[in-house]
Design a protein around this ligand. Sequence first.
Ligand SMILES: [Zn+2]
Length: 152
Amino acid sequence: MVGRCLQRIADATGVSFQFKGTFTGLPGKDSSIIEIAWAFDDEFKNWERDNGKLSSSSAESGSIGWGGPEAAFIDGSLTITGGMVLLNAEMEGSPHTDIATLHELTMLHELCHALNLGHVDDKREVMYPSVVEGLPIQLGNGDRTGLFTLTS
Ligand SMILES: [Zn+2]
C-alpha cells in the first residue's frame, strides 16, 4: 500500500523514491529520509503533543494521520531534506469508505504533506483536509499540479 502511494507520486512528478530500510518507534529520528510509521491512538496523540504537531482540529476530534516535511538550511537556502508520516492505526472506516481505502487515501494525503503540499478546498483532490465519500484513490489534477510544481 505504501509502495502504491509512492508510485502514484512518482508517476505524477518523475521523482523516484529509494527504500532505506525499516525502523521501530515513531518518526523524528532521521531528518534526511521520509519516515513512515503507524501508532495506536494514545501514542499518536502523545507524539502529536510532544512534537508540537497538535492542531486545534486534531485536539478536538483526533487525527487519522499526520504528515509534513523536514527542512534544513543548506548553503543558505531552506531545503526539504526528508519528511514524516504517521498514521493512526485505530482509524475506523465508514459505510462509504472501507478501512483499506481509508488507509490508502490517508497515506497518500500524508505523503503529499511530507513533500510540502498543503490543503485545498476542492473535494475532488486528495489534499482536501477530510475524507470525502466516494473519492477514488488517485491524485486529482490539482494534487498532480502541486506536486509537480514542488518537485520540479
Ligand atoms: Zn492534511
